[in-house]
Design a protein around this ligand. Structure first.
Ligand SMILES: CC(C)(COP(=O)(O)OP(=O)(O)OC[C@H]1O[C@@H](n2cnc3c(N)ncnc32)[C@H](O)[C@@H]1OP(=O)(O)O)[C@@H](O)C(=O)NCCC(=O)NCCS
Length: 238
């Protein structure tokens, strides 16, 4: 199967996944992203064909942390979507959530009834102050809810909130160049591939690539940024 990605927002960089091997197209030809052998067992499962799940997206609370920890732990222990190797505890996930909150950045959950079926948040891309208008997104959907539009719902809300906060660029560091669902989700939301860091992770006994995708937020570099990113112009949404 070939999966064609990329989009019209970027400067002409696209990707193609053919028989599980991703290729970047940069105008000079197709270049395989991967130099390392692929272990399909450790990449997230292919998209199941199920109906969309209607979810509510809201800000995360401390009560959501056990469910979030469970969702994330699955991907840490079983896949290369995350480059962590030991699942963080609920206390650690709570501390991470608090750090995101302290920066005024969005940390969202998608719920079906009372159950948390996915989460997404924005964190600083890099700590050096010049990077302050650039953020990195993270998004994870419970294994039994993937491919049902939950990722779309979370990303739509996350991007909208980050634009309102005055951020200008969003970066996705995608764990594993074979991660078709994450490549597709980000491409669908206006991200374009800007590069790949080959074999920068070692997990499950093999070398793993990271794919870098970028999305322009709001006016991007077409205007000067607000003085302080992270402060909403309008009243904060819950
Ligand atoms: C990546 C992830 C968040 C996407 O969320 P999701 O709920 O499964 O995705 P959605 O159902 O909302 O689909 C989003 C888009 O991607 C497409 N897509 C999703 N999975 C796909 C796959 N395996 N192959 C091709 N396209 C896929 C969908 O068709 C949809 O596009 P459309 O709106 O144009 O139809 C989710 O699969 C996940 O948690 N994966 C494991 C963890 C992970 O990789 N997180 C990202 C870390 S960078």
């Amino acid at each position: 199967m070939a999966l064609f990605g990329g989009n019209l927002y970027g400067p002409g960089v696209n990707y193609v996944i053919s028989n599980g091997t991703p290729f970047l197209f940069n105008g000079l030809g197709l270049h395989p992203v991967i130099r390392s052998p692929i272990n399909h067992m450790s990449t997230p499962p292919a998209k199941p064909s199920t109906s969309p799940l209607k979810v509510r997206v809201r800000l995360a609370t401390e009560q959501d942390m056990p469910a979030i920890q469970e969702i994330y732990a699955h991907y840490v222990t079983g896949t290369t979507a995350s480059f962590e190797e030991d699942p963080p505890t609920v206390a650690e996930m709570t501390a991470r959530w608090q750090r995101v909150q302290a920066r005024g950045l969005p940390y969202l959950v998608a719920t079906k009834g009372k159950r948390v079926v996915g989460y997404a948040y924005a964190g600083p891309f890099r700590e050096r102050s010049g990077y302050r208008y650039t953020i990195e997104d993270s998004v994870y959907v419970a294994e039994d809810a993937i491919g049902r539009n939950v990722g779309n719902a979370l990303m739509t809300e996350l991007i909208e909130r980050c634009i309102a906060l005055g951020f200008r660029q969003m970066i996705a560091v995608i764990g594993d160049s074979t991660n078709a669902s994450s490549l597709a989700l980000h491409s669908r939301h206006g991200f374009f591939v800007v590069g790949a860091l080959s074999s920068t992770c070692f997990k499950f006994g093999r070398w793993v690539d990271a794919v870098l995708m970028q999305r322009i937020l709001g006016e991007g570099d077409n205007s000067l940024p607000p003085k302080h990113p992270g402060r909403r112009k309008s009243r904060a949404k819950r």
